[in-house]
Design a protein around this ligand. Structure first.
Ligand code: NI
Length: 217
């Protein structure tokens, strides 16, 4: 199957699979990551077919919704790509990205081996910060029955993926445990630049949040 046709078929498949998802990992998250990844890929000279398929399939079965099983995502992507007679080399490249893309805690490195992986990880992380990132974070917190904030519970810098997975803390902590760290974890120059505005907006948002929380308005 021609790459353009496979990408289009995959888009329709993912759109259908994730349409009604309510935790911030819905089709529109995928659409934004896909668009951002295409943009960054052009500046970084990455292979577009690998980037687009990985971006489209990266949350097809995220560990956050499979009871912590991080192997389900790449496995489901592989079944889909194989069904559509994708080349085995292409399948391997895409599935490697899906298997390694996730954030795993403040103290856990998540390096990407290929430029395509770096691009898609950056795009996914850009959609986790800024105004959209804030909206997604609270949607996720609600979906997981988390408190918005608790002033007596400080953030935790998780040192292992297992610890990070078990975390049930309030949503404001998630800013310190992940979102505010992402700016410095961007792989590519283009994403670093794009992250700046989004980062500043989150800082402003938090400042305002505490002011209102403390009745200082
Ligand atoms: Ni994602």
């Amino acid at each position: 199957m021609k790459p353009e046709k496979l990408i289009e078929k995959t888009r329709l498949y993912v759109q259908k699979e994730l349409a009604g998802e309510s935790s911030g990992h819905d089709w529109w998250h995928i659409f934004r990551v896909w668009s951002l990844a295409k943009n960054i890929a052009q500046t970084e000279n990455a292979n577009l077919t690998i980037v687009e398929l990985s971006a489209l399939l990266h949350d097809i079965a995220d560990w956050k919704f499979t009871g912590g099983d991080e192997l389900e995502g790449p496995a489901k992507a592989e079944i889909w790509l194989r069904k559509n007679t994708a080349d085995q080399k292409l399948i391997d490249r895409v599935c490697e990205i899906i298997a390694t893309i996730s954030y795993k805690g403040a103290g856990v490195p998540t390096p990407m081996r290929t430029i395509e992986g770096k691009v898609v990880q950056d795009a996914d992380r850009l959609d986790a910060i800024g105004a959209v990132g804030i909206a997604r974070t609270f949607a996720y917190g609600g979906n997981k029955n988390r408190l918005i904030y608790h002033p007596d519970e400080p953030p935790v810098m998780h040192q292992s993926f297992e610890e990070y997975k078990k975390n049930r803390g309030h949503t404001i902590n998630h800013f310190y445990e992940k979102l505010l760290l992402l700016k410095d974890l961007m792989n590519t120059k283009s994403a670093k630049k794009l992250a700046e505005k989004r980062h500043l907006f989150m800082e402003k948002y938090l400042d305002r949040f505490y002011k209102e929380w403390n009745g200082d308005v």
